[in-house]
Write a protein that binds this ligand. Structure first.
Ligand code: 5GP
Ligand code: ZN
Length: 130
């Protein structure tokens, strides 16, 4: 019963994350091409790349999306950005440019309910996206 457990419990092992494909990737239950990992985040190649470099950076804690992060845990977003910057530099994207994207909710185009940031680069990207 989703209603009977608190938001924090759901985020940390409750029912919502049981079938989460990104939680399974973190646990190694689904294969991925992992590029980076630390105690807080994992970065891996997107299965359907939209650019020569297309990585997903995800927190190890399950949050459905931006709206699901408690205010006192928002520093995870700074960490994700710092990892994105490091990876962009390491992968040679810094000179030409790159894009970091978060899709939030249905109309935002979010298809996986575990917050993730896309890191895209290696070609000329257009704006606005579709
Ligand atoms: P969203 O549309 O939610 O912003 O992005 C979800 C992304 O996850 C998509 O770009 C999609 O290709 C990627 N994705 C979905 N399932 C898998 C998977 O099992 N493995 C990997 N590596 N990427 C996935
Ligand atoms: Zn998850």
């Amino acid at each position: 019963m989703l209603k009977s457990i608190s938001k924090k419990e759901r985020n940390r092992g409750g029912e919502r994350m049981v079938d989460c494909i990104f939680c399974k990737i973190i646990k190694g239950e689904i294969e991925s091409q992992r590029i980076y990992e630390d105690d807080k985040v994992v970065a891996f190649k997107d299965i359907d790349p939209q650019a020569p470099t297309h990585l997903l950076i995800i927190p190890k804690v399950h949050y459905s999306n931006l709206l699901d992060i408690p205010e006192d845990e928002l520093n995870i977003l700074v960490h994700i950005h710092s990892v994105a910057i490091k990876l962009a530099k390491d992968l040679g994207l810094a000179d030409k440019g790159f894009r970091i994207v978060n899709n939030c909710g249905k109309e935002g185009g979010q298809s996986v309910d575990h917050i993730h940031y896309h890191l895209l680069g290696g070609r000329q990207l257009t704006w606005p996206p579709g």
